[in-house]
Design a protein around this ligand. Sequence first.
Ligand SMILES: Nc1ncnc2c1ncn2[C@@H]1O[C@H](COP(=O)(O)OP(=O)(O)OP(=O)(O)O)[C@@H](O)[C@H]1O
Ligand SMILES: [Mg+2]
Length: 184
Amino acid sequence: MMTSTTQSVPSVLRPSNGHRDRPPQAQPSRRSAPTDPEEAASVKLAAADAREIRIAIGELSDIATARRQGRALAIELGFEGGDVILIVAVISEMARNIVDYARCGEVLIRPLQQAARSGILVVAQDTGPGIPDLIRAMQYGCATRKGLGMGLPGVRWLVDEFEISSKAGQGTTVTTKKWVKKFE
Ligand SMILES: Nc1ncnc2c1ncn2[C@@H]1O[C@H](COP(=O)(O)OP(=O)(O)OP(=O)(O)O)[C@@H](O)[C@H]1O
Ligand SMILES: [Mg+2]
């Protein structure tokens, strides 16, 4: 009987469908602040969700779409110069792996708000073959077929939080967070 294992590499290990492209939705219309706390919470969630982007990844041109939309959101969220480039690179590597190894999947990009800091969440998800040895895949230069084996380790260096989980035969999910730097 074949057994499948789920492996995940959490952030603590960090050393330091057809074209379903959905453009970001319009900002919610202005309205007076709700008094009911439950309603207030749902309005806050709706506001965060309104800028969520989901890009179906199935071919190379989808990578360009994800890069473009991710770049626009990163700038909107307050990331500057070099960080915008890093975020675009992260999106690119994650989406490219979907095309190369899983053929299709999805990239989700959304704003993060935690206390006074804001950031960006990038998740790449597929239901492809999975990665049998995650520890090995996270080492520089561990390429199996197509590339140089720099993608995943590079992404882990570029973001503030990184998590990967994969189940043989069932797919891979890479979750990253990057926070806007505050200069006092
Ligand atoms: N979504 C995925 N599904 C299945 N296997 C994957 C996936 N992403 C990565 N892998 C496996 O992990 C290995 C390491 O990926 P990584 O992106 O680091 O390097 P690469 O794609 O081989 O080369 P590079 O990204 O430098 O062009 C890949 O060679 C591939 O075997
Ligand atoms: Mg790669």
